[in-house]
Design a protein around this ligand. Structure first.
Ligand code: TYC
Length: 102
């Protein structure tokens, strides 16, 4: 009824502004040891890239040091980073995957 036990009125405003979710960029970092084919596989498996797009991104990371895998909401970005880091560790590759606020 709009009143708390303390007799204080509570006014709730209907949400009007559509608020955009915070987005995060998931990045792969270059290193000297992870095989190129492994990185391509990671991009296909965890980021739904085609063979050609995965190869393009892998070569970009190889040549520039860092590259974008995708842009996601916080929870999804965090899940991707964990999946890639667990997969790389399992195969004993030093591949690093990080997220940054867009
Ligand atoms: N630089 C690695 C090599 O020459 C390939 C590589 C690409 C590693 C992208 C990591 O995120 C990476 N084998």
């Amino acid at each position: 009824d709009g009143r708390t036990g303390s007799g204080t009125a509570v006014v709730t405003k209907t949400q009007t502004k559509a608020k955009r979710p915070n987005l995060y960029r998931v990045l792969l970092l270059n290193d000297d040891y992870t095989p190129m084919e492994f990185v391509v596989h990671v991009l296909i498996r965890f980021f739904q890239k085609s063979q050609d797009e995965a190869t393009r991104i892998m070569l970009h990371v190889h040549n520039h040091g860092v590259g974008e895998c995708g842009i996601y909401t916080y929870e999804i970005a965090e899940t991707k980073v964990t999946q890639v880091m667990d997969f790389a560790r399992k195969h004993q590759h030093p591949l690093q995957c990080v997220m940054e606020k867009k």
